[in-house]
Design a protein. Structure first.
Length: 101
């Protein structure tokens, strides 16, 4: 890098709130394993990761509690969920769409 391209904080100034971009939120695709709660679903997401020691690909599953405002997802559905602000003790995800009934 040349010395001309490096700018100090004083030259750039502080960014305005409008110019700061929010990072994209994480999305996951999984299967609904419980819909017994009102406006809440439990989604199981399966990911394939290498084993730390043996480097063989293994399946790892994680359960997420997601907010389902209209109670539209049912048991066994394939859904997309997205990260959001904390809605309750366990809910940090919201339902984006039902992919397959």
């Amino acid at each position: 890098m040349s010395e001309e391209s490096i700018k100090t904080v004083e030259e750039v100034g502080t960014p305005s709130p409008a110019s700061i971009k929010r990072a994209l939120r994480k999305t996951r695709v999984g299967e609904v394993i419980s819909d017994k709660m009102n406006k809440t679903i439990v989604v199981k997401v399966v990911s394939r990761v290498p084993h730390p020691k043996f480097r063989k690909i293994v399946k790892k599953s994680t359960k997420f509690h997601a907010h389902d405002e209209k109670n539209e997802a049912k048991l066994g559905d394939r859904v997309t969920i997205a990260e959001c602000r904390p809605l309750s003790l366990l809910k940090r995800w919201r339902l984006v769409e039902v992919l397959k009934h």
